[in-house]
Design a protein around this ligand. Structure first.
Ligand SMILES: [Zn+2]
Length: 123
């Protein structure tokens, strides 16, 4: 809810004229013409969430829609980053464990032989 600057009556946010006194309602802040949702910036901020945070803080007053796009992109980027690192960690552990269990005794024996061979010839 907004209030009329002339008479102080409560008026609807979308109202153009005050119903109480008839004076034209001044919009506190009109959105700038070049403010619009930006998929490009959202994607950029998805890739660099820190940039998204900075752009959001810089634009939130003058370009609310653009700032929102940046914030959304940054949030999704952060979530993806966290999920990605968790999945990457689990994947790394699984691959490491699988490789380790694939090393059966004969392979270890070969490795041992190779090591001994190296030690003999390095002396
Ligand atoms: Zn009024």
């Amino acid at each position: 809810m907004a209030f009329c600057r002339n008479c102080g009556a409560q008026i609807h946010d979308e109202a153009v004229v005050c119903v109480n006194c008839g004076v034209a309602v001044e919009k506190p802040k009109t959105a700038k013409e070049d403010d619009k949702k930006s998929g490009g910036f959202a994607f950029l901020c998805f890739l660099i969430p820190v940039l998204g945070l900075i752009l959001y803080l810089v634009w939130k007053d003058d370009y609310p829609l653009k700032a929102k796009s940046c914030a959304k992109g940054a949030i999704v980027g952060v979530i993806f980053g966290i999920v990605g690192s968790i999945v990457g960690g689990i994947l790394g552990a699984v691959i490491g464990f699988t490789t380790f269990s694939m090393l059966d005794e004969s392979m270890l024996y070969e490795l041992e032989e190779g090591y001994e061979y190296l030690m003999i010839h390095l002396r």
